[in-house]
Ligand binder design. Structure first.
Ligand SMILES: O=C[C@H](O)[C@H](O)[C@H](O)COP(=O)(O)O
Length: 224
């Protein structure tokens, strides 16, 4: 992991932002760099507004003076910029390492274009080394865990500072090891049908561009 590369990727993504855009603001440490870059451009006169995908992003964006709106103002997002925990060669993603996957998916899915920014440690040949985050209702999460085990997963209830981690939506996160994921969309489809599952961290077929920085150099991959 390199903060320098996260910043390089973030700077490259912000070049795609144009005056007047409504932006989807993802979550995580790479997105935090993007917010810094965006705020610098806003200080230079760029006029945009953002819809944040987490309370943490909302807080930082406010501190940086980035104008924010929510879905009561508009349901249209021109461009979303977000991070990822894993990116495969088909531009499928695992997300949710920071617990923001549900709001990220709502924001990213309604954007005209989604750009993913990352340092090169996130690029994998196959998804599944990073345990798949699955957001579940707290009620009956034990049952949901059993059902995930029946699908071949090993779910672990996420904790933070020894307390159960609670998402911005008041839900729990199960970090699920499935081994190497052969069929990302198929696995998502099975999980999302389970009662109690709110959303999975598989983002398949959603990305237009991936910007990866490796030792300070940009690698741009676009959906073919
Ligand atoms: O829930 C968190 C998000 O999916 C993040 O975009 C993802 O975890 C990547 O975060 P970072 O840029 O900190 O590695």
């Amino acid at each position: 992991m390199s903060d320098q590369d996260k910043r390089v990727a973030a700077e490259a993504a912000v070049k795609y932002v144009k005056n007047g855009m409504t932006l989807g603001l993802g979550s995580g440490s790479t997105v935090n760099w993007m917010l810094q870059c965006l705020s610098e451009r806003i200080n230079e006169g760029l006029q945009v507004r953002g819809i944040p995908s987490s309370k943490k992003t909302e807080k930082l964006a406010r501190e940086l003076g980035i104008p924010l709106v929510d879905f009561s103002t508009t349901t249209h997002i021109d461009l979303a910029i977000d991070g990822a925990d894993e990116i495969d060669g088909a531009l499928n993603l695992v997300k949710g390492g920071g617990g923001s996957l549900v709001r990220e998916k709502v924001v990213d899915a309604c954007a005209d274009e989604l750009i993913i920014i990352a340092d090169s440690s996130k690029v994998v040949s196959q998804l599944g080394t990073f345990p798949l985050p699955v957001e579940v209702l707290p009620f009956g999460y034990e049952v949901t865990m059993k059902n995930i085990e029946r699908l071949g997963g090993i779910p672990v209830l996420r904790r933070k500072d020894k307390e159960v981690f609670v998402s911005d939506n008041g839900n729990y996160i199960l970090d699920c090891q499935f081994g190497k994921i052969e069929d990302a969309l198929g696995l998502h489809g099975k999980l999302i049908q389970l009662v109690g599952v709110v959303e999975t961290g598989i983002f398949a077929g959603m990305v237009e561009k991936v910007i990866v920085a490796r030792n300070g150099q940009i690698e741009l991959t676009e959906r073919g």
